[in-house]
Design a protein around this ligand. Structure first.
Ligand code: ADP
Ligand code: ZN
Ligand code: ZN
Length: 719
């Protein structure tokens, strides 16, 4: 029976469902606006959902909404539309998209305070004598307002006054209620911009109020952050809001302090913040009460009342891409939101992604460059050490050890980058060739010396006790091979026993707080060796580092992942950017067994720009992004054959479409935590063809419930 009622709403519930549900609004309730949350009956229980449309008709037998949670929209229409777009673009269930967008507290139905906060003050001509002599509490309240002029709602308790009493006085016209004026104190910049900075600031400023993406390309320390700050200053003066995205690990107090020094009112948002706080900040942004939000990936979903600009710092960073559930890129969403809102989007980086470089070349993005560092620091010189005929000890060759020694003796700090944690990457039997592998994954175990001697799987985390006899041949000829951070530290400790060492990897630094503490220590350390993984590249400036050594660059340049070379070049350039002081040129050494690698050669000869040329040429030849449009299909499950067959089934449907399909193939690590993983690659010349093809498979379901699968549009890694 079609339902012809006026009051019907379409509701999306934050669960793994593709469809919205229709509900009728009972007479006792007013119709909830789009973007508001409602409580609805669902199956045998109830759910919190978001109203995404109003309709007059439905083909279904309808149930009533139970309750309105918000009487005003929690999500702006813009964010509701964004949700629909994300479901289309990433071929991901609409309900699950909203599950990603909404803060946990919102999904649990916690009340939102979207309205700007209110404050109370005395009305004009308000007179104490007009209050009855026995209305003691009204008199006290009146006195408090007289004394303090304005009192915020949130402060009522601390002044010992209550809302009902205030409302009674309001009815008599004795007090009045108004919106809290959000006061933003802007401290003017103490810095006068360089000519390049000024050009960048001016061209962004003249575009406030319309859509334009800028690629701000500037080496570390060239003053990009200063550009963001000065542009945001103008945005705030125009009464608008700003959103600044930063990579996961970069959200250190050092970074936020720079914003705090300039703007009295801003909020940070990242994964370590409590659910309640996160939701409160969200609501403040939605009500227009919070002018600036600095946050990591998921902050991109924050609704704003009047957003004026989006900045994405270190736009190339891999942490902007979510690698599970909704596999979104916060950077790409930033550009998309800016275009819908008609505001500028600034992408900053010392090492822009290939995508952004192409967009700048094709003039879709406006290119702004900061080529100099304020002050006179010079860029470092590069040296590639051919390892093929060189004597190596504990991962480091003799000439490199010698050069490190020279820098140390001249009071320089040396930074050593080795992208593997642990001590050794192989645990083997020298007699029969047995290697220790994880029982649950197809992964070699890594040998750790500190803090305890054990073997660890870096895929699933499982730990194993060391053994003294080979389980295959029974001989006691177990040895370790392959270098990790711990071994490099050991080698350096033997060669330079008196020099202070700092090791920075996931084993020595486990939390963001520890990382911050470590970076603060390094900032003040004048000498010593900094040994670490890519975590080091995210640190701020290390003013005393005069030399950078990259121990094993080949892993990345020869990676099976097409983005391996890009990530490695970015990492090298980012760490190299920390070498050299104002008065002295820094030195970068790269150990390589493949010194003729075209990517490495162009990087060393012509810097990141040279690398970009070579890499884009290779990508064009292979028709990889940013030329071809790509998606990866992944399927995994406990049964190898079932997972592979389902992957093949999806790929076969895709083969009927106008796209190129590769696979199925075993994933680079085939088995992780007892799950077998297969994947296929889909490439199309244009977005349209890719999306039309993916549309035909997006709702396919494996017959076995244990098989899981996903579509990854614009993959950031192939693993
Ligand atoms: P980036 O974000 O590109 O790494 P920053 O904006 O952090 O660069 O600038 C690096 C350092 O240089 C900071 O200490 C900053 O205060 C300073 N700085 C930036 N611009 C100028 C300038 N025009 N004159 C002097 N110092 C500057
Ligand atoms: Zn053996
Ligand atoms: Zn494992």
């Amino acid at each position: 029976m079609p339902n012809n009622q006026r009051n019907i709403v379409k509701v999306v519930v934050p669960r793994r469902v593709w469809e919205t549900y229709d509900y009728s609004v009972p007479k006792r309730l007013s119709r909830p606006p789009i973007g508001a949350r409602v409580s609805v009956p669902l199956g045998h229980g109830r759910a919190v959902g978001v109203v995404v449309a109003h309709v007059d008709q439905s083909d279904f037998e309808l149930k009533d909404i139970e309750r309105l949670i918000d009487d005003q929209p929690l999500l702006s229409e813009e964010v509701v539309e964004l949700g629909k777009w994300l479901s289309d673009y990433y071929h991901h269930p609409l309900g699950s998209v909203f599950e990603t967008i909404l803060p946990t507290a919102a999904i649990r139905g916690h009340p939102a305070s979207i309205e700007p906060e209110k404050q109370w003050s005395l009305a004009e001509n308000s007179n104490l004598s007009a209050i009855k002599a026995n209305a003691i509490r009204q008199q006290q309240t009146w006195q408090v307002l007289l004394e303090h002029k304005v009192v915020r709602e949130s402060d009522l308790k601390s002044f010992g006054i209550t809302r009902p009493v205030l409302e009674a006085l309001e009815r008599k016209g004795m007090v009045k209620k108004s919106d809290v004026a959000t006061s933003q104190i802007i401290t003017p910049s103490p810095i006068s911009p360089t000519a390049e900075q000024k050009r960048a600031i001016d061209s962004i400023k003249v575009n406030l109020g319309r859509f334009q993406t800028f690629l701000l390309d500037g080496i570390t320390g060239s003053g990009k952050t200063e550009v963001y700050l000065q542009v945001i200053d103008e945005v705030i003066r125009q009464g608008k809001q700003a959103l600044v995205l930063v990579p996961e690990i970069a959200l250190t107090p050092q970074m936020t302090n720079r914003f705090h020094e300039r703007f009295s009112r801003m909020a940070v948002m990242h994964s370590m913040i409590s659910n309640a706080k996160r939701f409160a900040t969200w609501c403040q942004a939605a009500s227009g009460d919070m002018p600036i939000i600095v946050g990591t990936r998921s902050a991109i979903f924050t609704p704003f009342k009047n957003l004026g600009i989006i900045v994405v710092d270190e736009e190339h960073d891999a942490s902007y891409k979510q690698s599970e559930s909704l596999r979104y890129s916060a950077r790409d969403i930033a550009v998309m939101r800016a275009s819908k809102l008609g505001i500028p989007c600034v992408l900053g980086s010392a090492t822009p992604s290939m995508e952004s470089v192409m967009n700048a070349r094709s003039k879709r993005y406006r290119y702004l460059q900061l080529s100099q560092r304020p002050g006179t620091a010079q860029l470092p010189s590069f040296h590639v050490q051919d390892m093929r005929h060189t004597q190596v000890e504990g991962g480091i060759c003799k000439p490199l050890l010698r050069t490190i020694g020279e820098h140390l003796s001249r009071d320089g700090q040396v930074l050593i980058l080795i992208n593997r944690r642990g001590h050794s990457t192989y645990y083997v039997c020298k007699e029969c060739g047995w290697t220790a592998n994880c029982e649950d994954c197809d992964v070699r175990l890594t040998w750790h010396e500190v803090p305890v001697r054990l073997l660890q799987c870096h895929s699933c985390g499982r730990r194993y006790q060391p053994i003294s006899r080979c389980p295959d041949c029974g001989k006691t000829s177990i040895a370790t091979l392959g270098v990790g951070t711990q071994q490099v530290e050991e080698t350096l400790a033997e060669t330079f026993p008196d020099v202070r060492r700092y090791r920075i990897d996931r084993d020595s630094v486990r939390t963001n707080r520890q990382l911050t503490a470590m970076f603060t220590r390094l900032q003040h350390a004048k000498d010593g060796l900094l040994i670490g993984t890519q975590m080091l590249a995210k640190g701020h400036h290390f003013p005393n580092v005069t030399m950078v050594a990259v121990i094993a660059a080949d892993n990345g340049f020869l990676s099976t992942d097409f983005r391996g070379p890009e990530r490695t070049a970015q990492l090298i350039v980012q760490v190299a950017g920390r070498a050299g002081r104002a008065e002295k040129r820094g030195e970068v050494w790269i150990q390589s067994y493949d010194p003729d690698n075209p990517d490495l050669k162009s990087l060393v000869r012509d810097g990141y720009e040279g690398f970009t040329e070579t890499e884009l040429r290779l990508r064009r030849e292979a028709n990889f992004p940013p030329f071809g449009q790509m998606a990866v299909i992944r399927a995994e499950g406990p049964d190898e054959r079932v997972a592979e067959e389902f992957c093949a089934e999806v790929l076969n449907v895709l083969r009927q479409c106008d796209v190129k399909v590769l696979g199925p193939a075993a994933a680079p690590i085939t088995r992780v935590a007892r799950q077998y993983r297969f994947q296929g690659v889909v490439i199309a010349p244009q977005r349209r063809q890719l999306h039309d093809a993916l549309k035909t498979v997006e709702r396919m379901r494996p017959t076995s419930r244990k098989t899981r699968w996903s579509i990854d549009v614009d993959p950031s890694e192939m693993a």
